[in-house]
Design a protein around this ligand. Structure first.
Ligand code: KG4
Ligand code: ZN
Length: 359
């Protein structure tokens, strides 16, 4: 059985072909990073336009790389939400047309379920399958959620962010300091040059669910730190660099980033990692989990991966490879297989759902 999957919920146009649940025959991702970089975030109108440009060549390449003809397909899978509605619509409309033209069923996938399946798929490929019940931490630009996963395809919400998502915190802090979007990968690369113990951040105690996250206080603390230092010239130098080149290299960023700012980045990254891992570990303990899955764009953070492997967590932890952590379509195909096997198909009039929840 072969599934062609399409993902276009945010700023990557992606298509993949997977055979028999776990054989990734192709996974093509066209990133829009250089389009949105200088704006400090995704510009929805530009994202839709870029998806329209990329969708046909990306799907064609995924089919070609995997040696798949449309008649070889068992189903067409697509992300139906959550995400930017204009972006989702491009992938969804194209998937519907392919499903109609090839008379293959359409499988609608929740983007967050895709991220969870990326980790399940990769753990299987690495020969260390995820043991259930598991806890899944999905940390991306739009979401920071903790789910209990009693078995694949069953989810219960344990906690989520009350304000910004973890990736959004990385992106907003980067934007504030004059770096490009997305901020996560830049902070990841620059943080090792700073001292993570240099700036102390305190977390406000939250009432209610102890497994909920909050990142807005951290963002405000960074803003206060910046205001107190009058960093206008330094920030202007980075914005000027970004004006000259859409994707500056690590060396170029380092040349316009003095040590105190590198210390700030390292300390901020450490605080985000602590917030994520503390609540993930508490969730694993609460449900007596046999494994912890960490996925979503933020899961590709090298500091987070290193800390998770040295921290005393109550169970083994699984990260997808960085390529499967950020948005891709292989994860959508992986999540679609159990649905295909259950005969859970979508009608051709299904709508894109910007705020779709998983549970
Ligand atoms: O899952 P994803 O590709 O798209 C969404 O579903 O949002 O996640 C993108 C988010 C962005 O906020 C980006 O800054 C963050 O993931 N991200 C990272 C890293 N790579 C991507 N955050 C921290 N460290 C990274 N290496
Ligand atoms: Zn995502």
């Amino acid at each position: 059985m072969r599934i062609l999957a399409i993902e276009s919920s945010c700023d990557e146009t992606a298509a993949a072909v997977i055979e028999d649940r776990t054989k990734v025959l192709s996974s093509v991702v066209a990133s829009q990073m250089s389009t949105h970089g200088k704006y400090g975030g995704v510009v929805p109108e530009l994202a839709s336009r870029e998806h329209l440009r990329a969708i046909v060549p990306v799907v064609r390449e995924a089919l070609e790389q995997s040696g798949t003809r449309l008649t070889d397909l068992s189903a067409v899978a697509v992300t139906v939400g959550p995400g930017l509605v204009g972006s989702l619509l491009v992938g969804l409309t194209y998937a519907k047309s392919l499903s109609f033209a090839t008379r293959r069923p359409l499988v609608a996938v929740n983007h967050l379920e895709g991220h969870i399946h990326a980790a399940i798929l990769d753990a299987h490929l690495a020969g260390t399958p995820v043991a259930f019940p598991a806890v899944a931490l999905v940390a991306s630009g739009g979401h920071t959620h903790l789910f209990e996963v009693p078995e694949p395809s069953q989810y219960r919400l344990l906690g989520k962010t009350r304000d910004d998502a973890a990736g959004e915190a990385f992106d907003k802090v980067a934007k504030l300091l004059g770096f490009a979007y997305p901020g996560g990968p830049i902070i990841d690369r620059l943080a090792p040059y700073g001292d993570a113990g240099a700036v102390r951040f305190t977390f406000a105690k939250m009432k209610g669910n102890a497994l909920d996250f909050s990142f807005s206080g951290l963002k405000t603390a960074v803003l206060r730190w910046v205001e107190a230092r009058g960093m206008e010239a330094e920030i202007a130098a980075r914005r000027e660099l970004l004006g000259r080149t859409p994707r500056p290299s690590e060396e170029e960023w380092l040349a316009v980033t003095p040590l105190p700012t590198l210390d700030l980045l390292a300390s901020f990254e450490r605080a985000v990692i602590t917030e994520l891992l503390t609540r993930a570990a508490a969730s694993a303990e609460k449900i007596d989990a046999r494994s912890l899955i960490v996925s979503g764009g933020v899961a590709s953070n090298s500091g987070l991966r290193a800390r998770a492997h040295t921290a005393r967590l109550p169970c083994p932890v699984h990260f997808p490879t960085p390529a499967l952590s950020t948005d891709n379509a292989a994860m959508i195909a992986a999540a679609a297989f159990p649905k295909l096997e259950r005969g859970e198909f979508a009608a051709l009039d299904i709508a894109a759902q910007a705020s779709l929840t998983l549970v």
